[in-house]
Design a protein around this ligand. Structure first.
Ligand code: FES
Length: 105
């Protein structure tokens, strides 16, 4: 377990999402009803920036082809309607320390 500072708490507004870069990885951080969640921020299909996607509850919807991921687990909950492979992403534990969000990498 390595906690790495990602951003300030206020950088991720209530029910908003933000992409942060940590150790060369893009991580999507979301503030869902005051609870912070994080998972890989790049879609496993064709590498879209998931921070540009939309959200339905805990489900993040890829802006390119609509794959859906549960930000709590990183798991694909709906793949593609056409040919193509979408793999699960990695989810991360988020801790608030001194007004900053830290991601457990
Ligand atoms: S790039 Fe995300 S579903 Fe295609």
């Amino acid at each position: 377990m390595v906690l790495i500072k990602a951003c300030l708490v206020e950088d991720v507004p209530l029910n908003g999402m933000k992409a942060v870069s940590i150790l060369g990885r893009v991580i999507l951080v979301a503030n869902l009803d005051g609870q912070f969640h994080a998972m890989d921020g790049t879609c496993s299909h064709q590498f879209a920036n998931l921070a540009l996607g939309s959200r339905d509850g805990f489900i993040i919807i890829c802006p390119l082809h609509g794959a859906r991921f549960d930000i709590r687990t990183g798991k694909v909950v709906q793949g593609l309607s056409h040919e193509g492979r979408v793999n699960d992403l990695r989810a991360y534990r988020v801790e608030v320390v001194d007004g900053c969000l830290h991601i457990d990498m």
